[in-house]
Every structure is written in C-alpha cells, then in structure tokens.
Design a protein around this ligand. Structure first.
Ligand code: GTQ
Length: 344
C-alpha cells in the first residue's frame, strides 16, 4: 500500500484556510478510517467475575436508595472503549442490576432495546407493556424499543439480573431518550403463555398481533429442555445452540442485537468461526473456559465476558460429566441489516 501524505506535509496557512471553512483533507486520515483488511476494534476481550462484582453491587444497595438510582446498575464496561463510555462493544451495553425486597424501579420507556438475563433470586417481576413477567434464574425477558417497563420484587432476598441493551448504538445514532410514566395496569394475557410450542402457534383468525414480538419472556426451563432435546436428537451436531426468535416471523427476537443459548456437551471444546459482530458470553450453568484472542477466561456460573468481532472464540466445557449452558448476545442482526455481516 502507498504511503499517503501527512497533515504535516501541508503548509500551515493552507491547513488554517481549510479549518476556517470546516474542511478536512481525507488522505492523512484515510488509513485510520479504512484500515487494510481488518477493522480497528476498540472492543477488548474483557472478563467480569460475578463473585467479585456481587459484593459491590450489594453495597450499592446500601449506599444508594432506589429513589436516587431509578435503576441500580453497575455497568460492565470495556476498558478498550474507555470505562466512561459504558460500552461492552460498539453496539452492546451490559449492566448488573440489583433490586432489593419490596423495591420498585418505576415505569419508563425508551428507544434503546433491552433484555434481562436473570442471574440470582426469586420473587421479582418485570412488567413489560402490561405483561407481568416473573423473573427466575436463566429466564430471558425482552423490553423492546418503546415499550413501558418497570421492575418490582415481592421476594425476601436480593434479585440480580444482567441487562443487555443496544444503548451505545442508539446513542451513537443520536436517537436515545426516555419517557417516565405511571405504574402500569397489568393485562390478563401473556405472550409466553400463548406461545409455548415451536410447532403449534396461535392462529391469527381475526386479528394479527400488533406487537413487534408477541413473546416477551423466554423461561429458562423451556430453553434448557430445547437444548437437551436437540443434543439428544443429534449426537453429532457440533454447535448445540438455539436462537431466541420472534415466533411470528421466525426472525431475531430484537432488531439490533441477537440472543442465543448454547449447550456444550460434557468435555466439549467448540471453536466459533471469526465473524464480524462482537459477542458477549454469560455462563448460566457449569464451568467454561473461553479463549478469546490472547486471553483465556475461566467462567464460573454468572460470570460474563466479551469478544471483539472478526476473531475466533473457543469455548471449552471444563467438566467431563455434565453439560454447560451459555447465554450469548451479539451484534448479528445489526450487521446483517447494514450488509456488513461476514464469516471469515
Ligand atoms: O431496567 O430499564 O441497565 O433503562 C439501563 C437502562 C437498565 C432498565 C439498564 C435502563 C434499564
């Protein structure tokens, strides 16, 4: 590749004339924005230990009352982006949220899409668009763009969940905002009860659902059973993985980020191909080693790590006698819509 001219090669008076007119020469910066073959990625392989962050999250429960927090969250920030940017990757935000018994995180709605992966505790619920969704370990609950949502807790121990939002993307688009609201009236019907089987779905005889996704809650018991059933049916299948979808369209559950559950068979080592989107791995059950670029992370239950795009990732089940279950979030829907998705 040709060496391109530098800014310093240009006379200062010429540079000053450009600046006055809000003009910039491209060639000194061309390689920075169009690097050869592989994009520049700020996203670093990063690991967050649940055991290490849990006491700090509980401490936040003592230090900051709900009225002063609205959402009591410690953000899992990627140092490659700068911690203050609150990004796990270019498009993904991760946070660990704490709700104490009796607390209520008030209703609001916002343009970024969110999901919650429940990590610990029983008795809490999220009401999304009037559907009161119980929160249990491993459940995935969606709050798609624009829908009212609030969190409450009737149990007697702290509840913690992992928030995954496309906030960095929506913020970058200058489209991120929130509207505060009142406590929602709870509706009778719930998508996770109406849509319980992949093969038989509600028939829209009189009206089609007006929802972006008729399912807002994916119970872990069902997802886990689907993985085990798939693994038993196809003993040679390399990647025992399911995608969280919108059952009405068969497409991704949300517009920007993709969500998956992966089962690693006892002792299995799986190398995922290098693909353009960044990924997040959160261990629901078992013990897994994640090899990402030059890092090796040992994930215990509830630990989380992330991988930049365009890199292979090897996940190894460290246990020889039981499967491991991993929740994965990635930027695939976004990359596909933008036309930049690729597998190397
Ligand atoms: O629970 O609605 O981690 O609005 C960040 C922003 C959680 C939430 C976050 C939010 C929420």
């Amino acid at each position: 590749m040709n060496e391109l001219g530098r800014l310093e090669d240009l006379p200062q008076d010429y540079r000053d004339d450009l600046t006055k007119l809000n003009l910039v020469p491209l060639w000194p910066s061309l390689r920075a924005v169009l690097p050869p073959k592989v994009p520049t990625r700020k996203t670093q392989p990063t690991f967050w230990s649940y055991e290490a962050l849990r006491p700090l999250l509980l401490k936040a429960g003592e230090l900051t009352p709900m009225e002063k927090a609205e959402r009591r969250v410690l953000v899992l920030a990627n140092p490659g982006h700068g911690l203050e940017k609150m990004q796990a990757s270019a498009a993904m935000y991760l946070g660990m949220q704490l709700l104490l018994p009796g607390e209520w995180a008030p209703s609001h709605r916002h343009t970024p899409n969110a999901v919650r992966m429940i990590v610990e505790g029983e008795g809490a619920w999220t009401t999304v668009d009037g559907e009161k969704c119980p929160m249990s370990r491993g459940d995935l609950i969606l709050t798609p763009t624009g829908l009212w949502h609030e969190h409450g807790h009737d149990g007697d121990k702290p509840v913690v969940w992992l928030d995954v939002l496309d906030l960095p993307m929506v913020y970058f688009m200058e489209a991120s905002y929130v509207i505060e609201g009142q406590r929602q009236a709870v509706k009778q019907s719930r998508g996770d009860r109406a849509w319980t089987r992949a093969g038989v779905v509600p028939s829209p005889v009189f009206a089609r659902s007006d929802k972006r996704n008729p399912v807002l809650r994916y119970p872990w018991a069902d997802t886990r059973a689907a993985l085990q059933s798939l693994a038993a049916d196809q003993p040679d299948l390399e990647a025992v993985q399911v995608t969280y979808i919108n059952p009405e369209t068969g497409g991704d559950a949300q517009n920007i980020l993709g969500f998956y559950a992966l089962m690693l068979r006892p002792g299995q080592s799986l190398t995922l191909p290098a693909r353009s989107p960044a990924q997040v791995f959160h261990l629901i059950e078992g013990s897994v080693e994640a090899k990402i670029v030059d890092s090796r992370f040992t994930l215990a239950e509830a630990d989380t790590c992330c991988a930049p795009g365009y890199e292979k990732v090897t996940l190894t089940n460290r246990l020889a006698d039981q499967p491991a279950f991993v929740f994965i979030a990635d930027e695939s829907p976004l990359h596909r819509k933008l036309g930049v998705y690729e597998v190397r």
